[in-house]
Design a protein around this ligand. Structure first.
Ligand code: ASP
Length: 360
């Protein structure tokens, strides 16, 4: 009896009692407790009208509004929620990545209001969703699932995808099979690995793809089904403890895009501005123009970290490295940016950085 009341009360508090007004005896026993942490994005956008393609303000609606009336949720999980921020995703800063990672670690370690949490869902704008997701993938040291979710169409417009994506994200966060897989990305009925997935289309609801490896699985009416597992270190196996870190510990790392005719001016300017490392989105397998290559060699000899990735969008740019030159393998530049920041927060040994790039 006590257990059932415990399940019902937070849901009523958080969602304003709309979907929560289920009779106590209709609730399944021992539902997993999923904590939703909201950061903003189109999924929380306020549209100017209900028309398809209507203009909207990203990151406007509170999480309580998004959780009202999600059909079937009350049979899936006990859901509680908090507002971390309400922003378009390009407004999310490295300091907020750190704060969010610390918050999610605390939620898992301490629970919420004295109740253990089984999974966390982070709502987020899609433009930079993959960056926050990979930061969490590297810094949330728990086998409990973290699922990052967004939407391409704002609430209240024709065929808004936020409500179904949010239901699927909660379903994935509540699933036992999601444990030990690090941070996941859920949109359009697919479950992706945070390291591998990227936004590939500016408008389509089928925008997230893991181009080199494909999705991890699917989520829908039939539940959550996984087809593959990442071989990278994730979850409880992580080595990066960010509990006592602050923004001063996160070094500046910049990204340089390769193009024919590029000289070294951009690379030099980033280093002059304080960059400890540069990620190069090189052409093809990671190449650059001769002039840029010469500047990069000089910078590497002077101690700047350089990670080689490819602007192609899939495939490896090589995993070999030497000294401060690091092979980014199949990491996209924006993911290598995060891995280098997190790695440099913990070590400045060349061999260790090379190892980290192989293992994560
Ligand atoms: N501009 C939005 C954002 O990233 C796009 C989205 O959420 O889909 O916040």
């Amino acid at each position: 009896m006590t257990r059932r009341i415990w399940l019902l009360v937070p849901f009523i508090l958080v969602v304003g009692g709309v979907s929560g007004q289920v009779q106590e005896d209709q609730l399944p026993e021992d539902l997993p407790h999923v904590r939703v942490v909201a950061t903003g994005g189109t999924i929380a956008g306020r549209a100017q009208s209900a028309e398809a393609g209507a203009g909207y303000r990203s990151g406007s609606l509170p999480i309580e509004d998004l959780l009202v009336d999600l059909p079937g949720l009350d049979r899936m999980a006990e859901v509680s929620a908090e507002q971390f921020s309400n922003l378009p995703s390009t407004g999310v800063t490295p300091e907020q990545w750190l704060g969010l990672a610390q918050r999610v670690n605390t939620i898992f370690a301490e629970g919420v209001d004295g109740k253990a949490v089984d999974g966390v869902v982070v709502t987020h704008g899609t433009d930079a969703l993959e960056e926050t997701a990979y930061f969490l993938d590297l810094t949330v040291a728990s086998d409990k699932p973290v699922v990052v979710v967004g939407a391409m169409r704002p609430p209240g417009t024709v065929s808004a995808d936020g409500p179904i994506n949010l239901i699927h994200a909660i379903q994935a966060a509540a699933a036992d099979d999601s444990r030990g897989r690090g941070t996941l990305i859920v949109l359009n009925e697919e479950v992706h690995d945070a390291r591998d997935a990227t936004k590939t289309h500016t408008r389509s609801v089928q925008t997230f793809q893991s181009r080199s490896w494909g999705p991890l699985g699917r989520v829908g009416r039939e539940g959550v089904t996984y087809h593959r597992r990442s071989e990278k270190r994730q979850g409880a196996d992580l080595e990066f403890d960010v509990s006592t870190k602050s923004i001063e510990d996160l070094p500046r790392v910049d990204i340089l895009y390769s193009y024919n005719g590029a000289d070294g001016a951009g690379a030099q300017a980033f280093v002059d501005a304080g960059a400890a490392g540069l990620v190069i989105a090189g052409s093809g397998g990671g190449g650059t123009s001769r002039e840029l290559g010469e500047t990069l060699r000089e910078l590497a000899e002077a101690g700047t970290w350089l990670v080689r990735t490819s602007r192609v969008g899939s495939g490896s740019a090589g995993s070999w490295g030497r000294g401060t030159f690091v092979g980014g393998d199949d990491l996209l530049a924006q993911k290598a940016h995060i891995l280098l920041m997190v790695a440099l927060m913990h070590t400045s040994e060349a061999e260790e950085i090379q190892r980290i790039f192989r293992e994560y």
